[in-house]
Design a protein around this ligand. Structure first.
Ligand code: GDP
Ligand code: CA
Length: 316
């Protein structure tokens, strides 16, 4: 079985761990979001790729959902002592090493996809992790506060401001001119089906879909998504702030409609949303809280089962 999954950070990574457990024999290709990437202290930081890599590779801080376990923050403190920021982005000492290796390789001329492959040589995530693009795409957010109306990097809005200032708009800057990273389209073409984990529909899945070529390639496939919204709320995080910014209601139904029946074939919603109906999409309710390893792999198994069912229905 060949599976392609699009993924952001925490929601994507946790689902993927369940997917790997549910289908240990499957060849899983993960197309990772790079719209959250940011340069800090001269280093290229790829939060979503690293969250997937650390989670599947056993190095994640489980409670936090991002960053390394057993982390220390000496370098950050020392930078702070020099008055060098930003102080609002939590880069630990172990994490710094990843960004140093990445930056060194990028400066030597390697593409991000090759760098990611090299980093995964250490972490052995058990999936093939490919960034959506090797080109620079950065999500920017237009906000308005006492400093007036301005665009800030997504991380500044999300991490520094905790999305407390409403986003007037969200844009994936550079996406239109970007091309999918090597291997992305081929993996989609070879896949039996495509899965959307419960990742942020706007700044994770939405950003990946904004890379020209990816949407068209996956549209030809059976696609099953897992709702990141349960009972009208994002389970963790502030995805509602992103949906509001693009004028979409925070509900399992509205997210499915955002992806559209043209893309989505099946949609897993939580039992709390059992009444959701989306024309043209096969909606199935089941528990969607990824509370432990077993429930998470059961969610992944349900996504696989639905994808195989819809795929054979399409063929017959
Ligand atoms: P990020 O890049 O770290 O924000 O992570 P993602 O984009 O991959 O996923 C974030 C989304 O995961 C959040 O907006 C939540 O809606 C969703 N999420 C987190 N935990 C759960 C869970 O246990 N179940 C479901 N269904 N969704 C979840
Ligand atoms: Ca993210």
């Amino acid at each position: 079985m060949k599976i392609v999954a699009l993924a952001g950070g925490i929601g994507g990574a946790r689902f993927l761990r369940g997917l790997r457990a549910a289908a240990p024999e499957a060849e899983i290709t993960v197309v990772g979001n790079t719209g959250d990437d940011i340069s800090l202290f001269g280093l290229r930081v790829c939060p979503d790729l690293d969250t997937v890599m650390y989670t599947l590779g056993g190095g994640i801080n489980e409670e936090q959902g991002w960053g390394r376990v057993d982390e220390t923050f000496v370098v950050k403190e020392e930078l702070g002592a020099y008055g060098v920021g930003p102080t609002w982005f939590g880069l630990g000492d172990r994490d710094f090493a990843t960004h140093i290796v990445r930056t060194q390789m990028l400066e030597a001329g390697y593409k991000l996809s090759a760098v990611t492959e090299a980093l995964c040589d250490r972490w052995k995530p058990g999936v093939r992790l490919i960034p959506m693009t090797d080109d620079q795409v950065e999500t920017h957010v237009v906000i308005e506060d006492e400093q007036g109306r301005r665009a800030v990097h997504f991380q500044e809005w999300w991490v520094r401001l905790r999305a407390s200032v409403p986003a007037l708009s969200i844009a994936a800057v550079g996406a239109e001119e970007s091309t999918p990273a090597p291997g992305v389209i081929k993996a989609v073409e070879d896949a039996d089906f495509v899965l959307f984990p419960p990742s942020n529909p706007v700044v994770s899945i939405g950003t990946i879909l904004a890379v020209p070529g990816i949407r068209d390639a996956i549209a030809a496939k059976t696609i099953v998504g897992v709702s990141p919204i349960i009972g009208g709320a994002p389970v963790r995080g502030m995805a509602d702030a992103c949906l509001t910014a693009i004028g979409v209601e925070t509900s399992a139904r509205a997210v499915a409609e955002l992806y559209g029946p043209g893309l989505l074939d099946g949609w897993l919603v939580d039992d709390a949303d059992a009444d959701v109906r989306v024309p043209g999409v096969d909606v199935r309710p089941r528990p969607l809280l990824m509370s432990d390893a077993d429930t998470t792999s059961a969610i992944a198994q349900a996504a696989i089962d639905l994808a195989l069912e819809l795929r054979s229905a399409e063929e017959s």
